[in-house]
Design a protein around this ligand. Structure first.
Ligand SMILES: Cc1cc2nc3c(=O)[nH]c(=O)nc-3n(C[C@H](O)[C@H](O)[C@H](O)COP(=O)(O)OP(=O)(O)OC[C@H]3O[C@@H](n4cnc5c(N)ncnc54)[C@H](O)[C@@H]3O)c2cc1C
Length: 333
């Protein structure tokens, strides 16, 4: 690992100035450091300055997550464990609590921050291996396209086949999440506009500009919302597919739905056709719910080793719908 300096600014403005300070060749913001330090250990990133956001001071007890009108406001430095345990989040947007509560491991959730989770880099093993000069690192080829692609994208049409790894992002997408910024010209950006496909720009995944620091996230109320992830391992792993859902109900009948899939595309992947098909379906009719979700993988173009995701995705969406409706399916462990 290279030598680097650590700065502990007292304000977001100082943090923003440091991260664009021309005296350093690669200054970077550090939240929990889970992904950043991984990159440094893997030889993928050699920053000469880490700008420690925890140096801004701990979020005072209870103030990291607060009611925001009928919705919720979450400080960017709040940990995934704090979000998962928050009464406000569990009451107003259970999809968000469930999504982060099932991510990673308890140890990771105790350190990883909301902002860092949204901006973590993909897990593609070719990207993570410094010996592969893939498209993301300025190379000429995506090695996953014809290589080991079991965990890669079924949507998005390349030319790079990463999946976006964040559990939090699809959950925020169905709650009209907004990321609030300081240090740049923009005050905020919608989660729906935060990420881009590789065809637009392959070397990075999000549209934050240099110097922009995520201060907090706001989201609309979604009291009837749910999440389901299908994993190979229940802990210490990223999902194979995941689905986040919010519902509006009239009795047992769905009047409107928002559905976003994760781990299937380079960005959180909304499923508008499933949303339309769910309207009018009764949540106590599991077969009808599954039928409405059966088109979840329509339009997907699987690679050689990941067609299994076509079968998993409709089931993940159905189970997220049932979770949102308060009728979760028990999964055997
Ligand atoms: C074994 C394992 C399993 C995992 N499983 C999952 C999983 O199932 N689901 C999941 O979602 N994640 C999973 N993760 C990933 C983990 O959740 C992320 O690495 C973590 O959330 C990153 O957050 P952080 O605060 O540590 O970010 P950091 O590593 O500190 O930062 C990540 C990026 O965000 C930038 N950044 C951080 N804060 C800000 C800010 N306020 N403003 C602007 N930029 C900022 C940094 O500069 C950096 O580029 C797993 C990790 C491990 C090790």
């Amino acid at each position: 690992m290279n030598r680097f300096a650590v700065a502990r600014p007292h304000t977001v403005e100082q943090a923003s100035r440091l991260v664009t300070d021309a005296r350093f060749s690669l200054p970077v913001l550090k939240g929990g450091g889970m992904d950043l330090v991984d990159h440094m250990k893997e030889g993928l990133l050699e920053p000469d300055l880490l700008v420690e956001l925890r140096g801004l001071g701990a979020v005072p007890g209870g103030e990291g997550i607060v009611a925001d009108g009928a919705g919720v406001r979450i400080d960017g430095r709040v940990t995934l464990a704090e979000i998962a345990a928050s009464r406000i989040v569990n009451e107003r947007a259970p999809v968000v609590a469930r999504a982060v509560g099932s991510a990673a491991t308890p140890q990771v959730r105790n350190v990883a921050t909301a902002a860092g989770n949204l901006l973590q880099r993909p897990r593609c093993w070719y990207y993570r291996n410094e010996q592969f000069e893939c498209l993301k690192k300025g190379g000429l080829a995506c090695f996953a396209a014809d290589g080991e692609n079991k965990f890669h994208a079924i949507f998005g049409d390349g030319p790079c086949y990463i999946v976006h790894p964040s559990n939090l992002a699809p959950a925020l997408a169905v709650c009209d999440g907004v990321v609030h910024l300081a240090g740049g010209e923009r005050a905020s950006i919608r989660i729906a506009d935060l990420y881009h496909l590789p065809a637009a720009r392959v070397r990075d995944e999000h549209d934050l500009r240099p110097g922009e620091v995520i201060t907090h996230i706001t989201l609309a109320p979604a009291p009837r919302s749910g999440f389901h992830a299908v994993k190979e391992k229940q802990s210490f792993d990223w999902p194979l597919v995941m689905a986040a859902v919010t519902l509006e109900l009239d009795g047992a009948t769905i009047t409107s739905a928002r559905v976003c899939a994760g781990a299937v595309a380079p960005v959180p992947w909304p499923l508008p056709d499933v949303e339309r098909r769910l309207s009018g379906v009764r949540v106590d009719d599991e077969a009808a719910v599954l039928d409405a979700c059966s088109t979840a993988a329509d339009g997907a173009r699987p690679l050689a080793e990941n067609a299994y995701k076509l079968a998993l995705l409709p089931v993940a969406v159905q189970r997220a719908v049932l979770d949102a409706a308060g009728r979760p399916v028990e999964t055997k462990r």
